[in-house]
Design a protein around this ligand. Structure first.
Ligand SMILES: [Fe+2]
Length: 150
């Protein structure tokens, strides 16, 4: 059976929660490195790789379950989908670029890239929760309502 919009919302928000826990783990390693704990370098890489893998799976899942629902939820569906697709394409590109960074050859550049990605990912999830995942957008009643004009 197809999931209801509210169930999709719960699923996606649950994944965001898991991603935020991963972000916190990556940030903790970055902080340890700044404090001179060089042993955190290996852990940072492992945690960042795990974050990226989980994130790539997450956006594929959003495309599979959220995208079809956004398409006809209201008049802004096509705009929301366009933004989501552009965002996900940019994020996939960025992960590919980050995968080229070497924590051994350029630790400072690597840490900076990880830091920037973590900050942007957190901001992107917040924006997505406002624009695509709010209870006003993902509602279970079948009548299509234009949430913007009333
Ligand atoms: Fe998301």
């Amino acid at each position: 059976m197809e999931k209801k919009p509210s169930e999709i919302r719960t699923t996606i928000l649950g994944e965001h929660g898991a991603l935020r826990r991963r972000l916190a783990g990556v940030e903790a390693r970055l902080a340890s490195l700044r404090q001179g704990d060089s042993g955190a370098r290996r852990e940072l890489r492992a945690e960042f790789d795990a974050l990226c893998a989980e994130f790539v799976a997450h956006i594929a899942h959003e495309e599979a379950i959220l995208r079809p629902v956004l398409a006809d939820i209201d008049n802004w569906g096509p705009v929301r989908i366009e933004l989501m697709d552009a965002e996900h394409a940019a994020q996939r590109q960025r992960i590919l670029a980050l995968a080229q960074l070497s924590p051994d050859a350029d630790p400072a550049g690597y840490d900076q890239g990880v830091r920037a990605f973590v900050d942007d990912l957190r901001a992107d999830m917040e924006a997505e929760e406002r624009e695509c995942l709010s209870p006003d957008v993902l509602r279970d009643d079948t009548t299509s309502i234009d949430a913007f004009s009333g």
